[in-house]
Design a protein around this ligand. Sequence first.
Ligand code: IMP
Length: 421
Amino acid sequence: MNVIVVIGSQWGDEGKGKIVDLLSENVDIVVRYQGGANAGHTIFVNGKKFVLHLIPSGIIRNDILCVIGNGVVLDPHAFLNEISLLNENGINTNNRIKILPNTHIVLNYHKIIDTLNEEQNKIGTTGKGIGPTYTDKYARIGIRAIDLFNDEYLRSMISKNIQTKNALTKNLHTDSLFDYNQILEELFLVREKLKPYIVKNAAYVAELVRIGKNILLEGAQGTLLDVDYGTYPYVTSSNPTIGGAVTGSGISSRYISQIIGVAKAYTTRVGEGPFPTELKNEIGEKLRTEGNEFGATTGRPRRCGWLDLVALKYSTLINGFKSLSLTKLDVLSSFDEIKVCTHYKIDGELIDYFPIDIPTLNKVEPIYKTFKGWRKSIRGIKNFENLPNEAIEYIRFIEDYLSVNINIISTGYERDDTIIV
Ligand code: IMP
């Protein structure tokens, strides 16, 4: 039993990068199990900022092996760029990154179709080709890492894909037509660069866990963006939740020893979709400024609001969290009052479950409990007991409401701005 899973409990951007970096101190391997270059995991170490989109956050620590799991959709260009950037910043990536053979590849046409889809049906995606690549995966017409080396299959799949995708783009009155030869040429070039990273055995990680390696499974995005459990259709196209960790890495659930949720001390969301506790006022503005809430991948301003415990309880139930890591508590330090949503009111009735349909979610009125703010900096505090009483009260309330333990509290962006409880 040596596998830890780290999962976003809100709409992504909870600060998973920092938590994975902290928890990976004692692990041998970090595996990303879903999502793609839509993610942006930020880690600050000694004043240096690293933003990782595809490569697991364990890469920042020497000696950790990083695996891109089969649940990920991999954009080869984004992947290779990220490696160059890491190398330029003094991170040794030699022999430290592996890609599972059944990982699906994001092609240029996926990115173009993503953008075209947005014109027809706006979800507010990151434009990284995520939805269209997963669509092809489930339609059984995708290209996996291993398929790049099977010329006959690759040619036949690209040919079929080009026909349907060209027909689709023609329907959308665009002249972005895809060229068979050009796509193949590009893939032949890129596959040589990817080759050293791709392992042959889809049970590669399973084998490592069996021999006793300590593994951390790193989720991207968050539970409320999950294609099954999130605010569908305003979701991403993968499963950031616990099931995705198993299917996206090839590790049996019987090895999982800890499932840790990451929650921001307030709530943010990027893109379209319902957000019951959103604050479209100066308080929301203040959260955005104090928390520097701008997308790590797209730079878009994030929508901000108070902590939503109804949503967080749902996320806790779906994933089976016993522990939560609470991030960005410091951002609340300058507020006189801090609110948390404990119930929703719908048609005059109080509910404490998270409705799953958009019309209901758009209608709910959040009911808040108000806490007194602590009004002083908490950065650099190392012991839980040294936090201001008001902050302790806030944390204890969250723990009681959710029946979880808060195991890590982040009080600043640096690795050291952390309380291990
Ligand atoms: P996609 O994953 O690019 O298809 O985008 C679908 C939805 O998920 C959009 O609302 C995005 O803003 C959101 N999303 C995707 N990745 C992230 C992330 O890493 N953090 C926060 N939101 C994300």
